[in-house]
Design a protein around this ligand. Structure first.
Ligand code: GDP
Length: 343
């Protein structure tokens, strides 16, 4: 069964599907509730735009498609994704000679889900190192939530029973080392540090050595993701990677770029810039709870060949969730289908 059918059936409460998308056990209840709450603003914005479009619906004409495009752009779905979506919707409507508003609405949602589903609905797992510590570098500009994300992911890995080490290699941002230390104390996870303004590569060297010698499962490295010059960033990350490879033959498993979702399309631009400077293996999209522009996840998936691995849906450690495409889509379109069901 495709995702759209699953979502629809979750609505009508049919069989097991509703349990799969909502709460099956304690753990999936936390996941569902976190997405539910964290995506509230985005969901409201999106359903308001689409429902306003449909409440004024007369017929499927050029004005309708224009308004539809505006609704997508307004939800920060992005220009390219909007065009691809509108084309797919137009083709389907023309092919099936659809004219009733409820059916048009269903096509709109169905195409959104399908265009997304093409990229896969699997949870994006972290790559791991079978022969030693799994090393994850975190990059991103100041204020996006990088240090906080390192702490939250460390917490979750520890909860899963892994032995975790953190390295405070963002020695340039005042306070970053101290902030990671606070997380370390709170979570009872050791943090490798160096002097303020010191060489980040030296911190990384010590950290990899410790991770190897003391058989840690994960080493999470908070790096300075300054973008003053691309060359600077490239050099620094290349140096860090070289040091890690020297000590740890399998090198770095993940380079995660942390982006602030509240900056909407700017986050996409940042992602493109970083991707040119270094090879990014995954994205962490923070602060989705604070924005109505959560549609940016769709445009990022559409325009970059980099998977979203985590999304931040609040301030608590459990609010950083592995990106779950089904929960995301379900929570994005839910209220649009709701009105259809009731109305
Ligand atoms: P850094 O400069 O990138 O290391 O950013 P910080 O980790 O210091 O985070 C900046 C602020 O964003 C902090 O106040 C965090 O609590 C906040 N923050 C990070 N992630 C999230 C999130 O997913 N939701 C919300 N609401 N706030 C977040």
């Amino acid at each position: 069964m495709g995702l759209f059918d699953r979502i629809k059936r979750a609505f009508t409460g049919e069989d097991e599907v509703v349990h799969q998308l909502e709460a099956k056990d304690q753990e999936s209840k936390i996941v569902f509730d976190t997405y539910d709450k964290g995506m509230e603003k985005t969901r409201q914005n999106f359903s308001q735009r689409l429902n306003a479009l449909f409440s004024g619906f007369r017929e499927v004409d050029e004005d309708f498609y224009e308004d539809l495009e505006e609704a997508f752009i307004g939800a920060d779905v992005g220009f390219d994704m909007t065009m691809a979506l509108t084309d797919a919707i137009r083709d389907e409507i023309e092919e099936r000679h659809i004219f009733k508003p409820e059916e048009v609405k269903e096509v709109v949602i169905e195409k959104m889900v399908q265009i997304y589903e093409k990229d896969g609905t699997q949870l994006a797992q972290l790559k791991t190192n079978p022969n030693g510590p799994t090393v994850i570098l975190f990059v991103g500009v100041n204020g996006v939530g990088k240090t906080t994300s390192v702490g939250k992911i460390a917490y979750q890995l520890k909860q899963e029973g892994h032995k975790v080490l953190m390295a405070a290699a963002d020695t340039f941002r005042a306070g970053a080392v101290e902030q990671l230390n606070v997380w370390g104390q709170r979570l009872d996870i050791p943090v490798v540090t160096g002097p303020d303004q010191g060489d980040p590569a030296a911190v990384v060297f010590d950290a990899v050595k410790q991770a190897n010698e003391q058989s840690y499962d994960y080493l999470l490295v908070d790096t300075a993701g300054r973008l003053q010059t691309k060359l600077n960033l490239m050099d620094e990350l290349a140096k860090i990677k070289r040091i890690i490879e020297r000590e740890n033959p399998n090198g770095v498993q993940e380079v995660l770029l942390v982006l602030d979702a509240t900056t909407g399309q700017n986050a996409l631009i940042q992602a493109k810039q970083f991707n040119q400077a270094t090879e990014i293996t995954g994205l962490v999209l923070t602060k989705l709870d604070g924005t109505a522009k959560g549609g940016v996840v769709l445009s990022i998936r559409h325009e970059l060949d980099v998977p979203v691995k985590y999304i931040g849906l609040g301030e608590k450690a459990t609010d950083l969730q592995q990106f779950n495409p089904e929960q995301y889509m379900y929570n994005l379109v839910r209220d649009v289908l709701e009105v259809q069901k009731n109305g």
